[in-house]
Design a protein around this ligand. Structure first.
Ligand code: NQM
Length: 355
């Protein structure tokens, strides 16, 4: 089944329909998506990291979840399939897909809760959505920036996502690290991200994605920072991985708390990733970080209700992140949640390219 999940689009499979061994599974997925090829012309991939994604879903092997969700990022022009990162956008389509496939016993009508074990990081997300006659309702009134029109809301709450890939909310133990002369917050609240002020990189932060992608000096600098950040975050050599992400922040312009441009990690995101946004929102709440310094403190409802509005190239992303400061000065995350929408686009048989 192909679903739009949040601001991404992907192919959703039952694990039982794919080869169980990852090498075989990955070769098949490359053939299905049409990779390697920048246009993915001979497959169903959409020729961009945000539309070259796969979700593998199965009844959960864990007692504390209903379904297991494995996210796979399929390279476009490179023959790579990676399970190193999670995806909170495709996550939005997991509960509808699981209900459609009968993995979850949905109420005939009404609100259904689906607990999802995110196998990439081992943490749990709870999805809440409305059903009718035992099937997901896709139509609704909720809009999310980066997606035209409105659709039914899917509420996603995250548990224990701090340190998802690196083991700690602040993997270096610091609120700020100097990397190649740029003050950076290395944060992992669901997604490892390097957060830097645009001004420290010689850009305004309001450039379009195309302008930023064309800035060769900026991209060289960002990749050098990313490689060093990867080592410092305990991720090792990240030259072939899609984490950590990079987010450049600047003061808000249109009523949000903070303006962002995110690299995932080489293409600029049209919006911002879900878990990436949760990590950047966390940095925005962290006194001393380059993000905190730029948050619009005047229109600040951040401190009171923990809602952080991140401006991005196609609108605003809202995340709720509740941080608790312990007596010993440590920070823990009490709650993180977001709202997404998803839509079933097609259900059928895919014909992979021959080997
Ligand atoms: O951060 C893009 C996306 C993502 C991942 C990326 C995501 C997340 O927008 O949870 O959703 O960072 O590669 O789908």
């Amino acid at each position: 089944m192909i679903l739009r999940g949040g601001t991404s689009k992907g192919a959703y499979f039952l694990a039982s329909d794919l080869p169980p061994a990852p090498p075989e599974r990955d070769l098949l997925l490359l053939r299905i998506m049409g990779s390697p090829d920048a246009r993915q012309i001979d497959g169903i991939g959409g020729a961009h990291p945000l539309t070259s994604k796969v979700a593998v879903v199965a009844p959960s092997a864990s007692a504390d979840a209903d379904v297991d969700y494995l996210f796979l990022q399929v390279g476009t022009d490179e023959p790579l399939v990676s399970d190193r990162q999670n995806c909170g956008n495709l996550l939005a389509g997991v509960a509808p897909f699981a209900i459609e496939r009968g993995l979850v016993d949905a109420a005939a009508d009404g609100l259904v809760t689906v607990r999802i074990k995110m196998l990439n990081t081992g943490s749990i997300a709870t999805a809440r959505l409305e059903t009718q006659a035992g099937l997901p309702i896709y139509e609704g009134v909720t809009t999310i920036s980066g997606v035209p029109g409105a659709a039914a809301a899917i509420a996603l709450d995250f548990e224990d996502i701090a340190g998802s890939s690196t083991g700690a909310l602040l993997p270096t133990g610091n609120r700020v690290d100097d990397i190649h002369g740029v003050a950076s917050t290395l944060v992992d609240n669901g997604m490892p991200v390097v957060v830097m002020a645009a001004s420290a990189l010689g850009v305004s932060g309001y450039e379009t994605c195309a302008e930023l992608e064309q800035n060769a000096a900026l991209r060289t600098k960002l990749e050098a920072i990313r490689l060093e950040a990867g080592v410092r975050m305990g991720l090792g050599d990240v030259s072939q991985t899609t984490i950590p992400k990079l987010t450049i922040v600047s003061p808000p312009q249109s009523g949000g708390h903070l303006n962002t441009r995110t690299f995932i990690p080489h293409r600029c995101h049209d919006a911002i990733g879900v878990l990436g946004a949760v990590s950047v929102s966390t940095a925005a709440l962290l006194p001393g970080s380059p993000a905190y310094a730029l948050v619009d403190q005047l229109s600040n409802d951040v401190a009171t209700d923990s809602l952080v509005r991140l401006e991005h190239p196609t609108g605003v992303f809202e995340a709720v992140v509740e941080i608790v400061h312990t007596a010993s000065g440590e920070m823990t995350v009490k709650r993180a949640g977001i709202i997404r929408t998803a839509r079933k686009l097609m259900d059928g048989i895919v014909f992979p390219r021959s080997e």
